[in-house]
Design a protein around this ligand. Structure first.
Ligand SMILES: Nc1ncnc2c1ncn2[C@@H]1O[C@H](COP(=O)(O)OP(=O)(O)OP(=O)(O)O)[C@@H](O)[C@H]1O
Ligand SMILES: [Mg+2]
Length: 258
């Protein structure tokens, strides 16, 4: 199963990604987190690992991928003809330098913005889309894709290579608005879409539910001091309240057949 985690900036995508990965792993699954956020650089810390080498570097670097994309644009079939991978990959085919691992959770990072003026992030989006489409999973394997804030990854077609979309909503009007937009945007893709309400109380959840489109809300995660501390200190997320643990267990249970 490959699942994209999306949502507005700061809603808790990376936190929920890390928590879900740990829960899947403790259920005996082999988990790969694919970090497709080209800007934020702290996800590895939530997982207690060092940052892996970017996949972009394995692909020859950003300049080389950009040049391949520019030359593909001159062909009649455009990007359809451009294949960055010459064969299907299993998880074992991912170069070891591009994998950081802790307790059966692997982290792979597509690529980060490193320099001012280095150009747009389209090559990262292109690698993310092809990597996810090209990666073949065994029954026991789960891929969770952490995305950048907002909608850019939908525009890049990253969702073409996944089986489900999980949207994290914090208690804000902007999150509710975005949920409606994403719900409309992914209709043509025919993917299951789930909502997770994060940093909520039962009262806040109720208000949000009244304003959300008719999609599945599969988890309600409370505001939690341990998660706040991990986010503040940049530390491994190693503990959380019973309320958070139960919400994460519920989400895994409800998405395991996606
Ligand atoms: N349930 C929660 N309780 C308390 N703090 C939380 C909770 N969920 C997330 N946080 C905190 O909120 C902040 C944002 O979380 P996170 O980085 O996961 O969001 P994000 O959606 O990935 O952000 P970005 O859009 O920048 O990638 C972090 O400091 C994190 O520790
Ligand atoms: Mg994030």
């Amino acid at each position: 199963m490959k699942m994209v985690v999306c949502g507005k900036g700061g809603s808790g995508k990376s936190t929920v990604t890390a928590l879900l990965a740990q829960e899947w792993s403790s259920n005996g699954r082999d988990v790969v987190i694919v970090d497709t956020d080209e800007s934020n650089i702290g996800l590895h810390r939530f997982l207690g690992v060092n940052p892996p080498t970017d996949l972009m570097d394995q692909m020859g670097g950003k300049q080389e991928v950009m040049e391949k994309m520019m030359s593909a644009m001159k062909n009649p079939d455009g990007f359809d003809d451009l294949k960055l991978f010459d064969k299907e990959w299993n998880i074992a085919d991912i170069p070891s330098a591009c994998v950081s691992e802790n307790q059966n959770v692997k982290l792979v990072s597509v690529g980060k913005v490193h320099h001012a003026g280095e150009g747009c992030a389209c090559p990262m989006g292109f690698i993310a889309k092809q990597f996810l489409k090209n990666l073949k999973l065994k029954a026991n394997e789960v891929v969770i894709v952490d995305t950048e804030a907002g909608l850019e990854h939908f525009g890049r077609g990253v969702e073409e290579g996944v089986d489900a979309v999980l949207m994290v909503l914090d208690p804000s009007y902007e999150s509710v608005l975005l949920a409606k937009k994403v719900s409309d945007m992914i209709k043509p893709l025919n993917l299951p879409m789930y909502y997770v309400l994060n940093k909520v109380t039962p009262e806040i959840s109720q208000t949000m539910k009244e304003n959300l489109p008719n999609q599945k809300i599969i988890g309600e995660i409370p505001q939690d001091p341990d998660l706040l501390t991990a986010g503040l200190s940049g530390n491994h997320i190693s503990d959380s309240s019973q309320g958070v643990k139960q919400a994460i267990r519920d989400i895994v249970m409800k998405t395991k057949n996606s």
